[in-house]
Design a protein around this ligand. Structure first.
Ligand SMILES: [Zn+2]
Length: 236
């Protein structure tokens, strides 16, 4: 498993479907990049407005709660900027509209590194299914990185808005069943758990979650903690 680090990116963009996804999928890695001095930003496609079983809850109220939770969680990781696209939770589609929205953010923020979900995952060993929004955001993000953001004749109106084409150098795909790269996040697990604890509407037992995160990331051979990715180094 490759773990030799890439040169520290100046700008990192995490693109995910729901509030709490950036923290669950790659919270240690984002905390590590932010602590090292990278400018990290998140795009969150939905505001998680279906994630409650409380009888009194409405989607509008839940969206506001979850955006505030995500903003606080990102801040705990050292990430000052979260862009919410406000697509409906549970109904995210790999549409050209979503691709344009992501292309616009990539051209605006100009990240060398983009981190997103693996769009190929329908289920995981051990009996859990992947959320369709996670697949959709992964696929739309990959498509926006290549070829759309790179080639200037895609969405030529962006050029008129002052947004030049942009070539992303690295993609780290989280939650992949075939990871080829890992990042040592041992010094950032505490920060990740602190960030996750901000999602109060979703998490009832933070102690249990803390144990789960440590167990999931731990390498028994050296007692260090790692997050795993499929890394793509863009040649084009
Ligand atoms: Zn999610």
């Amino acid at each position: 498993m490759n773990e030799s680090p890439d040169p520290l990116p100046e700008r990192v963009l995490g693109v995910f479907a729901h509030p709490d996804d950036p923290e669950f999928f790659a919270g240690g890695t984002f905390a590590k990049f932010a602590a090292a001095g990278s400018a990290v930003a998140f795009v969150v496609a939905t505001s998680g407005d279906k994630g409650s079983s409380e009888p009194e809850m409405t989607s509008a109220r839940l969206a506001a709660i979850r955006e505030a939770e995500e903003t606080a969680a990102a801040s705990a990781l050292g990430v000052p900027q979260v862009c919410f696209l406000r697509y409906p939770d549970g109904a995210l589609q790999v549409s050209l509209e979503l691709r344009e929205a992501l292309t616009r953010v990539i051209r605006k923020l100009r990240p060398e590194l983009v981190i997103t979900c693996d769009p190929q995952v329908f289920y995981r060993d051990g009996g859990s299914l992947n959320h369709p929004d996670h697949r959709a955001i992964g696929e739309a993000t990959l498509d926006a990185v290549y070829p759309t953001a790179r080639d200037r004749l895609n969405y030529p109106q962006h050029e008129q808005e002052g947004l030049a084409p942009h070539k992303v150098r690295h993609l780290y795909i989280a939650g992949s069943p075939n990871p080829n790269f890992r990042i040592d996040v041992s010094d950032h697990i505490d920060t990740q758990v602190k960030a996750l604890a901000e999602h109060r509407s979703q998490i009832s037992d933070i102690q249990r979650l803390d144990e789960m995160i440590r167990e999931r990331t731990r390498d028994a051979e050296n007692d260090r903690h790692y997050e795993y990715f499929h890394r793509v180094v863009m040649r084009q």
